[in-house]
Design a protein around this ligand. Structure first.
Ligand code: SAJ
Length: 419
């Protein structure tokens, strides 16, 4: 066992990763200040509320705030440790947009004191942790930073990539093994002190670039494997085979574990992160590119199939169930389901497209609200009125819709839950 962490932690970015991390620390007795640029997020967290749905997070936030362990502000404070958990989206050319990480480093710089730890949790291309050290160092030439003071640093900088699965975050944040990539081995040790406060999984030490790459390949691995499943689904469709049955049988082999096809790959991680690897090694990433192409093509394939089967109806009603990027989350970012609905509704403006998702809270997400032929309906009504039912997300609530309502309708189940 190493030393125990002692001090105050500032978590920059109170999203799906930052807020659970803040709660994990605060509920174990660490004073945590959450920092976010969005005043609405600050208001919600300060009142003990969570601005998004994630099992068990709400009770953690309200408890930590009530105990006075967690506060929230838009101003980066002085602290003994800083955790950067801001988005790393890609630019239109698919290069990493590190502007949020840079802004976080620049907010930390004026406040940081010798002895402090800076941890980058955001998924980032190789070399970003070193950039964080340089960005802080550029504003604080008085401090010995790890990029230019090997072994003798006053500030400890490390990458500790987040690995939590939306929907299971509060469990995985505690139980997952953590990779900690310090700019120096001392940086790794200092960062490990902080994670030992709540992490029950193993803590694996590495250098910063290795940690960055290991996180990226976790998501690229999943992307490639989902692409395999998605390609199989299109092959089976062409060969008039039931892909779910084919996969179920193949998965009975002791070394085969094929993932599930779907309408495409969404979320803000898996469709993005492979591009950071492709950008870093463009000449040798054929497979990663192919996987991205297959997964990006899948929503078009689904939309085209639905449009084709709608041609035989004069004024068809098409009901699309599920819009979030995956089951039982309220996150609609980068959702292939939304893309499918957009493609169908714009290709056939004369067709009524009913959409339903139990996680929509009043406003229709994305650009769907601007399409005049798209309307939100409760799932049961949408199914009853439909000529064609398209299941896009396997929310728990949709699983039980099966037997009663589908008579005489065309059913396109992209997730295989009604099979
Ligand atoms: N999907 C399929 N078929 C499958 C599995 C997933 O079509 O068999 C689709 C989902 O519907 C969704 C997308 O893939 O559209 C991604 O979903 P996911 O559940 O695979 O992953 P995320 O994006 O919720 O979280 C991933 C996780 N990474 C890995 O499992 C390697 C999580 O552990 C990471 O922390 C997270 O990315 C992240 O933030 O990087």
């Amino acid at each position: 066992m190493g030393k125990e962490f002692n001090g105050r932690v500032a978590v920059l970015g109170l999203g799906y990763v930052g807020l659970p991390t803040a709660v994990a620390l605060a509920t174990r007795g660490v004073d945590v200040i959450g920092v976010d640029v969005n005043p609405k997020t600050i208001e919600a967290v300060s009142q003990g509320r969570v601005p998004f749905v994630e099992p068990d997070l709400a009770v953690g936030v309200s408890g930590a705030v009530a105990l006075g362990r967690l506060t929230a502000t838009t101003e980066t404070p002085e602290a003994e440790a800083y955790i950067i958990a801001v988005p790393t989206p890609f630019n239109p050319d698919r290069s990493a947009d590190l502007s949020y990480v840079k802004a976080a480093a620049e907010q930390i710089a004026p406040k940081i004191k010798p002895g402090a730890i800076v941890i980058l949790e955001s998924t980032s291309p190789p070399g970003t942790t070193e950039k964080v050290s340089r960005w802080i160092g550029a504003l604080r030439p008085d401090l010995k930073m790890p990029h230019n003071h090997d072994g003798m640093t006053e500030v400890h900088v490390a990458h500790c990539p987040e690995r939590v699965l939306p929907g299971r975050i509060m469990i995985e944040i505690v139980t997952n093994d953590r990779v900690i990539g310090g700019m120096t081995s001392r940086c790794s040790e200092r960062a490990a002190e902080l994670y030992r406060v709540f992490a029950q999984g193993e803590i694996l030490l590495a250098d910063a670039a290795t940690a960055e790459m290991s996180k990226l390949i976790e998501n690229a691995y999943r992307d490639v494997n989902i692409a395999f499943a998605n390609e199989l689904s299109m092959i089976c469709e062409e060969l008039h085979l039931d892909v779910w049955e084919v996969i179920r049988l193949a998965n009975r082999h002791p070394r085969v574990n094929i993932l599930s096809p779907g309408p495409g790959v969404g979320g803000h991680c898996i469709p993005v992160d492979p591009w950071f690897i492709i950008g870093a090694a463009p000449g040798v990433t054929k497979l990663l590119r192919a996987a991205r192409e297959v997964n990006d093509h899948k929503p078009h394939h689904v939309a085209n199939a639905v449009i084709a089967s709608s041609e035989r109806f004069r004024e068809p009603v098409i009901s699309c169930l599920g819009l979030s990027f995956k089951a039982d989350v309220d996150d609609f970012r980068e959702s292939p389901a939304i893309e499918v609905v957009e493609l169908i509704a714009s290709a056939r403006p004369e067709v009524t497209v009913l959409i339903s998702d139990p996680f929509i809270n009043g406003t229709i997400p994305g650009r769907l609200g601007e399409l005049p032929n798209v309307r939100l309906e409760p799932a049961a009504d949408a199914v009853d009125r439909a000529d064609i039912v398209v299941l896009l997300v396997e929310h728990e609530k949709f699983r039980s819709l099966r037997h009663t309502r589908f008579g005489g309708k065309v059913v396109y189940d992209t997730r295989g839950v009604w099979n």
